[in-house]
Design a protein around this ligand. Structure first.
Ligand SMILES: *Cc1c(COP(=O)(O)O)cnc(C)c1O
Length: 620
């Protein structure tokens, strides 16, 4: 289940029994601490990760409207008929604004933070928060059967098996909300004062609505002056005490990313980012950086001859750092372009006025190395570098590194490799291949978080590049290297938490082993392509050229097929797919990189088949 991002607060009522303590203000503006209770509730929701709070107001709505002005994440909707309608009508008013699962709250509650965490982390998509008995008066009792609710009533005699008391904080899925709206529409004529509790009772016979029980949470609904006094003297101080001691817990739903990076990560990599604050100029952090540099080199078997230079950037930053820092003004790079990333290297060179000659073929076509050699021979006196994309992620083709490497050594060219989407997914030996510069990023096959681009450099070449007049500043490869090796830390502010995650991801890579990771990816590729073929899909590229990490699939021609619809259908079931890009035929793309498994691929294929069947889409 996805973490909840939206909350709806029902705040239209008049709260007439509290006139003595809030004057003519709405109930939420009651004060027990420094701020009105509604603002305390908002602060707790924000702390729990909610980013969109919709308040349904009515009585003296201007007070709530002022909160919408004060906080960018708060908005209001007015229920003009608040005096004659029940809470379900207010909830109904939010129907244009609710786009996913939500937390539903009443405005007159004070509660401890843990109660929100309980619902955020609930195993149920629809869950009513239930507390042990409080004996405060005016309770709504919850009748239950096993783990589902049966009815809600203020009359305890109507309850067969008592589950506890309704707190007034619930987790409502979009699906349940839509059903509530559909049902309530027909009730308002007969029962204008229909409450959301009534609606839940009406619906829980036909679908299961669950509950989460907490025996003794600190909470209270404040309806009258006695409640208010009790809250002020006992419950409110207790809430403060409990909230100060709270530790934040968050369950994270697993989603299967089949897009070509950022790739899915393990929970342990995600949690590695949650660390104590640290100044990155501390020696302890410097050691983290040095260890990461050493082990990135180790992944491509660079031994003592290579240096990793890290940047706070996406992968393209690493490409730019390399190309702009190592090619002399009077020399030329030969760029091999059979996809968008080959083209990107041309664009970077164009942007900086770096000379380049391009070998350009249709995206997805394999490189003809005879033709490349002819170009090199024709331009022998100009060319100093040859740049190639290893796994061209645009179409999923694997370019032959050995063949490029042979040409580079034969003609004494420095070899630059964009290994963004193959590093740590396909074994690479930079020494054997004589690669001078290899670029990748933290968020693809190494399975870390996005935010670090790096260049693995042959030290001798890198040292020589120090003599060139810099074209750049932040991305100067040699300067960053100098700083790293002399000071043992990154020159500019590093992405601290991303580096902790990268450290974890590297460790997990070595646990899985080079061979293990490559095998897992290759196996997922086999399951994926076999399943796709069985369904009738065709691939853009001949299978012998597949990198086996990304597959470009030709889009069905059936008129019922729509990429966006297919994407959305799969997205809401936890699978993210990706559109195609610039190939000679329309494609969509599926990557099998990241912390996912053959099981995930099989489940994905089942869902894909379901989409095709439901929409009667024929392939062939
Ligand atoms: C992902 C990728 C890049 C860099 O992309 P960013 O969005 O800058 O991280 C470059 N080259 C290839 C081959 C890639 O797959």
């Amino acid at each position: 289940m996805r973490n909840l991002r939206q909350a709806v607060i029902l705040a239209a009522g008049t709260g007439s029994r509290l006139r003595g303590v809030v004057d003519d203000k709405p109930k939420g503006f009651l004060k027990l601490g420094e701020k009105p209770i509604i603002e305390e509730s908002i602060a707790k929701l924000v702390r729990s990760g909610v980013t969109d709070i919709v308040i349904i107001n009515g009585y003296r709505h201007e007070y709530y409207d002022a909160l919408a002005k004060k906080y960018p994440f708060v908005s209001t909707i007015k229920n003009p008929d608040f005096a004659e309608t029940g809470s379900m009508y207010s909830f109904f008013m939010a129907r244009e604004r609710i786009y996913g699962d939500i937390l539903l709250l009443e405005s007159d509650l004070i509660y401890e933070y843990n109660m929100l965490q309980t619902l955020h982390n609930s195993i149920y998509s629809d869950s009513i928060l239930v507390s042990g008995r409080t004996g405060l008066g005016d309770e709504v009792y919850v009748g239950v059967d096993g783990d589902t609710i049966v009815n809600l009533s203020k009359d305890i005699k109507k309850i067969k098996h008592l589950g506890g008391e309704l707190v007034g904080i619930s987790r409502i899925s979009l699906d349940l909300y839509r059903e509530m709206v559909g049902h309530a529409k027909n009730m308002f004529d007969r029962h204008p004062r229909y409450d959301y509790e009534d609606c839940l009772t009406d619906l829980c016979n036909s679908r299961s609505i669950n509950y989460d029980f907490i025996e003794k949470p600190a909470w209270m609904e404040i309806d009258d002056e006695d409640h208010y006094k009790n809250a002020r003297d006992t419950v409110y101080p207790l809430i403060g005490e409990k909230d100060r001691a709270v530790s934040i817990k968050k369950n994270i739903e697993r989603t299967v990313l089949l897009n070509p990076g950022p790739a899915a990560t393990t929970d342990s990599v995600k949690y590695a980012m949650v660390v104590e604050d640290i100044c990155p100029r501390e020696q302890e952090f410097g050691e983290l950086v040095q260890g990461i540099r050493r082990d990135l080199v180790r992944i491509v078997h660079g031994g003592e001859l290579y240096e990793a230079v890290l940047f706070a950037s996406s992968g393209t930053g690493a490409l730019e750092a390399c190309l702009t820092s190592v090619i002399p003004d009077d020399r030329t790079a030969l760029i091999l372009n059979n996809g968008a990333y080959g083209e990107r290297m041309q664009q970077i060179c164009d942007g900086f006025g770096i000379r380049h000659i391009d070998y350009v073929i249709d995206w997805g076509e394999p490189i003809d190395f005879k033709e490349v050699e002819t170009i090199i021979i024709e331009n022998k006196d100009l060319i100093s570098h040859i740049a190639v994309v290893h796994h061209e992620t645009t179409v999923g083709i694997l370019n032959n590194l050995t063949a490029v490497s042979n040409l580079a050594s034969k003609y004494h060219l420095e070899l630059i490799v964009d290994a963004m989407s193959s590093f740590a997914g396909i074994p690479i030996d930079v020494k054997d291949l004589g690669i001078h510069y290899l670029m990748s990023s933290s968020n693809k096959c190494i399975q870390g978080m996005a935010g670090v681009g790096f260049v693995i450099c042959n030290r001798e070449s890198l040292e020589k590049s120090g003599a060139l007049k810099p074209r750049n500043f932040y991305f100067n490869l040699y300067q960053n290297y100098r700083f790293l090796s002399e000071k043992g830390e990154m020159q500019f502010t590093p992405p601290v938490q991303i580096l902790y995650a990268l450290r974890q991801a590297i460790n997990e890579y070595f646990i899985e082993t080079e061979e293990g990771r490559a095998d897992r990816y290759a196996q997922m590729y086999r399951v994926l392509t076999a399943g796709l073929k069985k369904l009738g899909f065709k691939f853009l590229i001949e299978e012998k050229f597949h990198a086996k990490i990304l597959t470009a699939i030709i889009e069905p021609r059936d008129k019922n097929y729509d990429f966006t619809e297919m994407h959305d259908f799969l997205y809401w079931r936890g699978f993210t797919i990706y559109p195609g890009k610039g190939a000679k035929e329309d494609t969509f793309r599926l990557a099998n990189m990241g912390a996912i498994s053959c099981d995930d691929i099989e489940k994905f294929l089942e869902n894909l088949q379901e989409y095709l069947t439901l929409n009667n889409i024929k392939l062939s």
